[in-house]
Design a protein around this ligand. Structure first.
Ligand code: TYD
Length: 210
């Protein structure tokens, strides 16, 4: 049996990840590709509980390293229980955020050393890398405006513009360094962005079936 593929979707808040995942799902269905969708932090019962801790507001700020380790704790479970079994069973995994978000948010945003994150990645999830990553790029202000400054902001959404600027730069640097990335200017009109994403995923499907 052919192994499945891991496709990750990255970008700042308000970049349009949910709509893009719907577009990808439609194309995979139309082409008869079996897949699951999942998200980080989360994806397992344990991971969803960790997500609650990570996103909740607390009076005492969380140490950046605690935040990073919780992201990876959830990820180890996710890879072990959901992602690897699905891929081995021939299913594609469409994952809303993955390790690139840790580099961007905990590295860029919080200022942790990118080498330390790379070390954790190599120790904790040595056998899995995304096959393809869709990076939805939007200027920070635009993304934040789209995400809406609603009343119940989570721990990340309440961060300042400069935090997201640093995160965006890390996403962009990583996309230059790795061929698996497809960066799309997601500030354009939604319909045309989604058309490009549909074309991209169809080309990925073709590439993997030859
Ligand atoms: P997400 O559900 O994608 O939030 P949104 O839909 O608002 O973009 O992700 C939750 C938050 O977790 C998001 O602000 C980014 C953050 N995050 C990290 O900081 N590091 C990580 O490794 C991951 C996976 C997410």
């Amino acid at each position: 049996m052919l192994r499945g593929r891991l496709i990750t979707i990255e970008g700042l808040e308000g970049a349009g990840k949910s709509t893009s995942i719907d577009t990808i799902a439609t194309q995979l269905n139309d082409h008869g590709v079996p897949f699951i969708t999942t998200r980080e932090p989360g994806g397992t019962d344990l991971g969803e509980n960790v997500r609650k801790i990570l996103l909740a507001h607390a009076d005492i700020p969380m140490h950046a390293m605690t935040e990073l380790l919780l992201m990876f704790a959830a990820r180890v479970e996710h890879v072990d229980k959901i992602i690897t079994p699905a891929i081995e069973a021939g299913r594609w995994v469409i994952c809303d955020r993955f390790t690139d978000s840790s580099y961007a948010y905990q590295g860029g945003g919080r200022g942790l050393a990118l080498e330390d994150i790379a070390t954790l990645e190599s120790i904790l999830i040595p056998d899995i890398k995304p096959d393809y990553t869709l990076m939805l790029d939007v200027p920070v202000e635009e993304g934040l405006a789209r995400a809406g400054r609603h009343s119940s902001l989570d721990r990340f959404e309440q961060e300042e513009v400069a935090f997201f600027e640093r995160a965006r730069q890390v996403f962009l640097k990583r996309s230059e360094a790795h061929d698996r990335f497809y960066v799309i200017d997601a500030a354009r009109e939604v319909a045309s962005v989604q058309e490009d994403i549909a074309q991209w995923i169809v080309s990925v499907i073709r590439e993997t079936s030859t």
